[in-house]
Design a protein around this ligand. Structure first.
Ligand SMILES: [Zn+2]
Length: 359
């Protein structure tokens, strides 16, 4: 027997737990990549297949809306339907890439709770038909609200999710910066002590949520969304270790009882990533870096073929430019940029070559 534990495709419920446990036991984490359409989803699955790594695909609320179409009149409906469409796309295709994919939604603050509840309506319908949910997990980020509200809402939503074998990601402490309109501008000059999660809060969350269902914690250890000038972001992964120790001591669990998530992974130092993974981080979000990885080669392609983006046929020598302005040309360049950037992420996180998908 090898460590090939799961069938390839979208994993949920026990499969998702297996994926999380395999990463923690194996000392690696999975990249969680934000997507906005079929181009980005396919690029992420291609990257995972190439790296022989499992992967987490996630949508922000605006990523979901974009997936449905930025021109759709009802923007709430677009957030819901676009997210559902992305999950269905992955359910259909992921298994053919031969790796395991967890489908997830990113930051939902207080205003976005109705988005999550609408996705759970869809998830419950899907569960009735297929015996599994549409998404592996959702995130509720109520870190801007008082902790009592944060935890009681998370408990209420997790009760519902547990019934359809879903996992919940919560946020304690504040990840600096902003992710698609959720969060606040990160001030590089400010004293950022609020960016560090308190272990006592993590213990409270564990006490309340662990009896209800499977959950993970986005804990803040100085991480920020976006990429800033080197030196302005001070990561302190030992904060994660302190939370793990407190829960372990209080409940007499094994090592690293908490499933931790690293937000704002773009631009982070490799040594800090490795340290965080050692403290039970199984998921690292990456968005800013893959956005740039998509756009940079598109820009290069346009710069190298400027006339093809001005004329269908060269006005001077009559050269036809169809082969260059065909959107597949530059979109493919973008996809390849993402595939390359994610090879690096899988290397940094140690997930390369570690897919648990068997035949
Ligand atoms: Zn985040």
């Amino acid at each position: 027997m090898s460590d090939k534990l799961l069938r390839p495709g979208v994993v949920t419920g026990e499969g998702y737990k297996t994926l999380v446990n395999a990463a923690k036991a194996g000392g690696y984490a999975l990249p969680a990549v934000n997507v906005v359409g079929t181009n980005s989803i396919n690029a992420v699955m291609e990257a995972a297949a190439k790296a022989n790594s499992d992967i987490i695909i996630q949508l922000s609320n605006s990523g979901g809306a974009f997936y449905a179409g930025a021109g759709m009149a009802d923007s709430f409906k677009a957030k819901v339907l676009g997210s559902v469409a992305a999950a269905q796309h992955a359910h259909l295709l992921a298994e053919h890439y031969g790796i395991c994919v967890a489908m997830h939604t990113d930051h939902a603050n207080r205003e976005l709770i109705p988005w999550i509840e609408a996705l759970l309506d869809e998830g419950e319908k899907y569960y009735e038909q297929h015996g599994k949910p549409l998404f592996s997990s959702h995130m509720l980020d109520l870190s801007a609200d008082p902790i009592d509200f944060n935890l009681s809402e998370c408990a209420r939503i997790l009760e519902r999710m547990a019934k359809i074998d879903m996992s919940l990601e919560i946020e304690l402490g504040v990840t600096g910066g902003e992710e698609d309109g959720v969060g606040s501008e990160f001030d590089e000059a400010e004293d950022n002590s609020k960016l560090y999660t308190q272990p006592e809060d993590v213990l409270r969350a564990y006490n309340l949520l662990n009896p209800i269902g499977h959950f993970s914690v986005a804990a803040s250890f100085g991480n920020v969304h976006g990429v800033y000038k080197p030196g302005n972001v001070k990561l302190r992964p030992e904060i994660l270790r302190n939370s793990q120790s407190l829960v372990q001591k209080t409940h007499g669990t094994g090592d690293n009882p908490l499933h931790l998530v690293f937000h704002g992974g773009s631009g982070s130092e490799k040594a800090k990533i490795t340290e965080a993974v050692g403290y039970g981080v199984f998921k690292m979000n990456i968005d800013t870096d893959t956005q740039f990885a998509f756009s940079e080669p598109v820009g290069k392609f346009v710069n190298e073929n400027p006339k093809a983006f001005l004329y269908q046929v060269d006005p001077d020598d009559g050269t036809p430019y169809k082969k260059f302005y065909d959107p597949r040309k530059y979109l493919r360049a973008g996809e390849q940029g993402v595939v390359a950037r994610l090879q690096e992420a899988c290397n940094d996180l140690g997930s390369k070559g570690r897919s648990v998908a068997g035949a």
